[in-house]
Design a protein around this ligand. Structure first.
Ligand code: FRU
Length: 495
């Protein structure tokens, strides 16, 4: 039964969504039908198609009572809109249907597992959240919330676990058919933990173990976990709130954390390393799926909670997803590269090889705002250049800059002049490693964003930009003498 609240959301998006022209949206990054989008939810295959749900408030471009918006795709680039899937229409989720995930059931139906939030007064009379895990079952379009909801609540927490911060289940079905879910929680020390649960009979779930904990080292609450095998290791992703900066690896505020280790059903998860997932300005709450061809693919909200009030005016949709990325491990680190499907959309190719760069220059055929461009930079001779800059989305007033400093081994992303109307954090620097003296930057532009993949995916950095679309110039400049190769493709999405 579709509730009035869900029907109202579906009618609203059907009326106002189509009024937003395609030219006001990215060409291939997922955006909400109308209004606000945050975390990706339920990123998974169902009946051979990739579904993507998202945290959704259709009625404004600000966060509000959370619904689930719904998209699907066959190529991770072109998104078909489906009606909103969930609305906050039950007592246990009256304050929102928070983040969650999806899985295909053996009987061919699709299970959505999400956090139901209701609000109640605490001992001081203040309103506080009560978060429980709930399910809804459907056919890829319409979903019925289970009458036995919630399936997990405060009773199912390990000792000291918080019922205020217990959210974002990521569910999967193991090879032997058992369902598992990882869920974020806050422990007695006030910081985050990831809990593992197992599905038993009749929609009952049981606590298995705590997989890992922050112990106040990597931020407070750990949100939006994911847990999967990758290239012989086990990866635990989470998005911690209230992080402290750590060198150039982690920045303050909402960050992302990739823990790589081993998993053993007796001993649990043994963490061997910790790194950030994305080193840019806008990236949070990533979620992955295993594609039918075996690829592990990740998508993320391309936004930062701390800067959500910096919006262009007017703004009929707000929030977009990253380009889905193929994951692998190399030398114990997470490697991310754009999904290979992007290559099918490469149009005109422009190549310039071994071009000497000193003062600022542009190259014939190299401009645009929807493109895939790889720039390889090397020294001209034994003497090292001091810095190298590529500027994109440029006109007389605007530019978004990537600046490489070989002496420091840093790449800096700077979007201070990229059309954002607020004085928010606009720059981020991170460590990169040249290979054989070269640094390779694959830059993906899609109207309102820049994503850069360094040295075949060793680092990725994402940022939204709101620079007017006419600002399409691209220039290169070096302090000292460098040589560059540039390979640039327009990206085209015409039917
Ligand atoms: C992360 C998050 C989740 C929560 C959702 C609410 O961005 O805070 O923990 O489920 O957003 O919209």
């Amino acid at each position: 039964m579709t509730s009035d609240i869900l029907q109202k959301a579906r009618a609203f998006e059907a009326l106002y969504g189509p009024r937003i022209p395609d030219s006001e949206r990215p060409a291939f990054h997922a955006t909400p039908a109308v209004g606000w989008m945050n975390d990706p939810n339920g990123f998974s295959f169902y009946k051979g198609e990739c579904h993507l749900f998202y945290q959704y408030h259709p009625y404004s471009n600000e966060w509000g009572p959370m619904h689930w918006g719904h998209l699907k795709t066959r190529d991770f680039l072109r998104w078909e809109r489906l009606p909103a899937a969930l609305a906050p229409d039950r007592d246990y989720d009256s304050a929102g249907c928070f983040s969650g995930s999806a899985v295909e059931l053996p009987d061919g139906r699709q299970l959505l597992m999400y956090t139901g939030v209701r609000r109640d007064h605490n001992a001081d009379g203040f309103l506080q959240d009560i978060q429980t895990q709930c399910v809804a079952i459907g056919d890829g379009m319409n979903y019925e919330k289970w009458e036995g909801n919630p399936i997990l609540d405060g009773k199912d927490l390990p000792e000291g676990g918080s019922t205020i911060d217990f959210r974002d289940p990521k569910v999967w079905r193991d090879k032997d058919g058992t369902f598992y879910a990882v869920i974020g929680n806050r422990t007695a020390d006030g910081s985050g933990a990831i809990l593992l649960y197992r599905g038993i009979k009749n929609r009952k779930w049981e606590f298995v173990r705590t997989l890992d904990r922050s112990r106040n080292q990597y931020g407070k609450m750990w949100e939006c976990p994911d847990f999967f095998p990758l290239d012989g290791k086990q990866v635990l992703l989470t998005s911690p709130q209230d992080m402290s900066p750590m060198g150039l690896e982690f920045h303050a505020g909402n960050g992302t954390l990739c823990l790589i280790g081993d998993y053993d059903s007796e001993k649990g998860f043994t963490r061997q390393s910790a790194q950030a997932v994305d080193y840019g300005l806008d990236f949070y709450a990533p979620q992955t799926l295993e594609a039918p061809d075996g690829r592990r693919i990740m998508i993320s909200w391309m936004q930062n909670w701390d800067t959500v009030h910096a919006k262009p005016d007017p703004c009929r949709w707000f929030g977009q997803m990253t380009l889905p990325r193929e994951l692998s491990l190399r030398d114990g680190r997470l490697i991310q590269n754009p999904v290979r499907e992007l290559e099918a959309h490469r149009g005109t190719r422009v190549v310039h090889r071994n071009i000497p760069v000193g003062g600022e220059l542009s190259l014939p055929g190299v401009r645009g705002r929807v493109l895939d461009m790889t720039v390889t930079v090397r020294p001209t001779g034994p003497e090292l250049y001091r810095w190298f800059c590529v500027r994109v989305a440029k006109d007389g007033e605007h530019e978004t800059i990537l600046r490489y400093r070989p002496d420091q081994g840093t790449l800096k992303l700077d979007r201070a002049r990229s059309g954002l109307p607020r004085d928010i954090v606009h720059t981020r620097s991170f460590l990169v490693r040249p290979r054989d003296g070269e640094i390779k930057l694959r830059i993906i532009l899609d109207r309102y964003s820049l994503e850069v993949f360094v040295n075949d995916g060793e680092q990725a950095a994402s940022a939204v930009i709101y620079t007017r679309q006419e600002a399409g110039a691209i220039t290169f400049e070096a302090g000292g003498a460098a040589r560059i190769d540039v390979e640039k493709y327009e990206l085209t999405f015409d039917e």
